[in-house]
Structures are given as C-alpha cells and as structure tokens.
Write a protein that binds this ligand. Structure first.
Ligand code: AMP
Length: 110
C-alpha cells in the first residue's frame, strides 16, 4: 500500500506540491505550526530514521530543504525537525523533514 505522502505525490490525494526532484518532493503541511510549514519527503518509502540506510533518496533532503527555504524567503532562519517513532509524535510512517519558519521559534522544543 502506498503511504499517504506517496498518494499525494501520485495525485490520488490532494496536496500542494511545492518542490520535486529525482529524489524527493515537498508539500505544505495540512496543519501548519508556523507561517511556513513544509514537509520534505524522499520518494523512496523509508519508514523513518530508524530504518534509514547509508545511501538513498534521503541524502538529498537537506539540500532540498535549503532550496525550499530560499524559495519561501526564510532569510532570517528556520528549523528542520524529524520525528522518529511514537514517543516523538511521528504519525506518518514515511520519513519526512518538517521545515518550519516565518516566526520566532522557542528552544527547547516540547
Ligand atoms: P509527523 O507527526 O512528524 O509524522 O508529521 C506528519 C505531518 O503530516 C503532520 O504535521 C500532519 O499535519 C501532516 N499531514 C497529515 N496529513 C496530511 C495531508 N493530507 N497533507 C499534508 N500534510 C499532512
């Protein structure tokens, strides 16, 4: 079964695809936590960081984050978050980086 994010990529579920390359794609989060909240997702259906291999589509996630941050005008900074597993609040079992910005972000996170 394709994951929720793969279904969005394939157009089976609505979603705004902001960026796409050979390795990954990015969509707007449906429940944004900041003025900019984008999910950057490898095209390969890796469940999460806990099952990541040394090489693969996930290697491009940081570069894609940089490009999308620039595209979104986040010149004053932003935060990248990956939730791994239940205790961290991961709800979609397809690796994704949250790109959050457009407001002041407190530290430490909750
Ligand atoms: P996580 O909790 O780290 O697994 O993040 C999953 C994210 O996916 C959450 O921030 C959700 O708001 C987001 N999400 C869930 N369904 C959709 C959807 N259909 N389109 C865009 N984002 C979604």
């Amino acid at each position: 079964m394709p994951t929720l994010f793969t279904k969005i990529l394939n157009g089976e579920i609505p979603g705004e695809i902001l960026y796409q390359d050979e390795h990954c794609f990015a969509i707007r989060d449906i429940n944004p936590q900041a003025p900019v909240h984008v999910l950057i997702i490898p095209k390969t259906e890796i469940e999460g960081v806990a099952t990541v291999e040394p090489h693969g589509d996930h290697e491009r996630l940081l570069y894609a984050a940089r490009l999308i941050a620039e595209q979104q005008g986040l010149t004053d900074g932003y935060r990248l978050v990956i939730n791994q597993g239940v205790q961290a609040g991961q709800t979609v079992p397809h690796l994704h980086v949250h790109l959050i910005g457009g407001r002041d972000l407190s530290w430490p996170p909750g």
